[in-house]
Write a protein that binds this ligand. Structure first.
Ligand code: FNR
Length: 379
């Protein structure tokens, strides 16, 4: 309504409403190497494409005369009541996608304005305390790339807890970076340019391991970071990660039901079904196709999902397949590139408005009404 009423007054929406146009405009404003990093995936990007195509193989069955005049998209997650089941997936190096270099702060402000929680990446251009300072009343989650140095890992988690984050998401699928031909072709890996090390250079444990302060010798900090990044964790490390804080612990990157059961047995609070948007390993199952088995194995534990969410219908379908909440990745980065906080808010509000209208038209007034029976496999 807001958009149509503005239209009546001759004011068109500031940003594209069609996802492919949003993507194309973002591409046109970002430097080519940054675009490669954001848009690219692993190998020939078959899995990345399959992530979005998987949604087309499910169709929602509309129900009529159910009285869906009011919809309720709210969800309880780790004891918190969220206005909707949408979160922002952790995206590293957001700084290079924002005009002023502070993409993490801009995204955190969008979380404050929309109530959509941000899962703040370890690889940020702004220290986690400053990012958390922008959340307002919206809860935030901290994503941990577990460093090889255990003391550093502990320090990061303790800082996140002290800064007021409401949960820790440990990403398991990226202890090594996947084969990403777009970045390889340019010989460009933004992390190495140091745009994302604020959490490290602001950390007393990291600083103690340097001969010279990062302000004096930024290159040495980058070299040190390459040495500490990427702990090849095993199941034996999970109890240690569990012990680092009392915050809800969510493990990201689980697609196999046996892994879900094992994580559950080791006391995690939530599992996060994802294949990293197809950026890490090509040739994999679309994340959506892994979701039903993950949900079954989670046996009531909250299940987060990402990889391929591009529109409101995708949110609705993932919820119907059992996700407790879903996260969106690249689309909000496109919004950030085009309009900073306003652009991210535009993307989030559009996704939620579309999901809400689909639930209205199709007669599923609350998330509880969205069950696998709402869907039919169409291909
Ligand atoms: C990511 N992703 C990611 N995940 C994570 O746990 N920590 C991180 O720092 C990053 N960084 C990152 C950068 C960029 C540019 C992208 C596109 C993705 C993965 C992210 O959290 C999420 O799993 C995917 O983006 C979801 O897929 P879609 O929505 O992009 O298809």
């Amino acid at each position: 309504n807001e958009i149509y009423l503005n239209g009546l007054a001759g004011i068109p929406p500031r940003y594209p409403m069609v996802h492919s146009e949003l993507e194309a405009e973002a591409r046109s404003v970002l430097p080519p190497a940054v675009w490669s990093y954001v848009a690219g995936g692993a190998g020939d990007e078959h899995t990345q494409r399959a992530n979005t195509e998987a949604f087309h193989r499910w169709g929602l069955i509309p129900r009529m005369l159910v009285g869906a005049a009011q919809r309720d998209l709210s969800v309880e997650l780790f004891g918190m009541n969220l206005p909707s089941p949408l979160l922002m997936a952790p995206i590293g190096v957001l700084g290079i996608c924002a005009e002023d270099g502070h993409g993490d702060l801009a995204t955190a402000r969008a979380a404050a304005r929309t109530g959509v929680p941000m899962i703040a990446s370890t690889l940020s251009a702004d220290p986690l305390e400053e990012v958390a300072g922008e959340f307002g009343t919206t809860p935030g989650f901290y994503q941990l790339y577990t460093p090889r140095d255990r003391d550093l890992a502990e320090s990061l988690v303790h800082r996140a807890e002290a800064a007021g984050f409401k949960g820790v998401v440990v990403t398991l699928d990226t202890w090594v970076t996947g084969w990403r031909p777009r970045d390889l072709a340019r010989g460009s890996f933004p992390q190495l340019h140091g745009h994302c090390l604020a959490n490290y250079t602001s950390d007393p444990v990291f600083r103690a391991g340097l001969d010279r302060a990062p302000e004096e010798d930024p290159q040495a900090a980058v070299v040190k970071w390459t040495q500490v990044f990427g702990h090849p964790l095993t199941w034996a490390d999970l109890p240690w990660l569990r012990s680092l804080s009392t915050l809800p612990l969510i493990v990201k990157g689980l697609c196999h039901p046996d892994d879900v059961r094992r994580a559950r047995d080791l006391g995690v609070d939530g599992v996060y079904c994802s294949n990293h948007g197809g950026r890490q390993a090509n040739g994999g199952l679309p994340a959506l196709d892994a979701l039903p088995d993950v949900v079954e194995a989670a046996d009531g534990l909250p299940v987060l999902f990402d990889s391929g969410i591009r529109g409101g219908a995708d949110i609705v379908k993932a919820i119907a397949l059992g996700a407790t909440a879903v996260a969106v990745g690249r689309p909000y980065v496109h919004g950030l590139a085009l309009g900073g906080t306003d652009g991210v808010v535009h993307v989030l509000r559009s996704l939620l408005a579309e999901a809400d209208l689909i639930m209205a038209v199709d007669g599923y007034p609350s998330l509880a009404d969205l069950t696998p029976e709402a869907l039919r496999r169409v291909g």
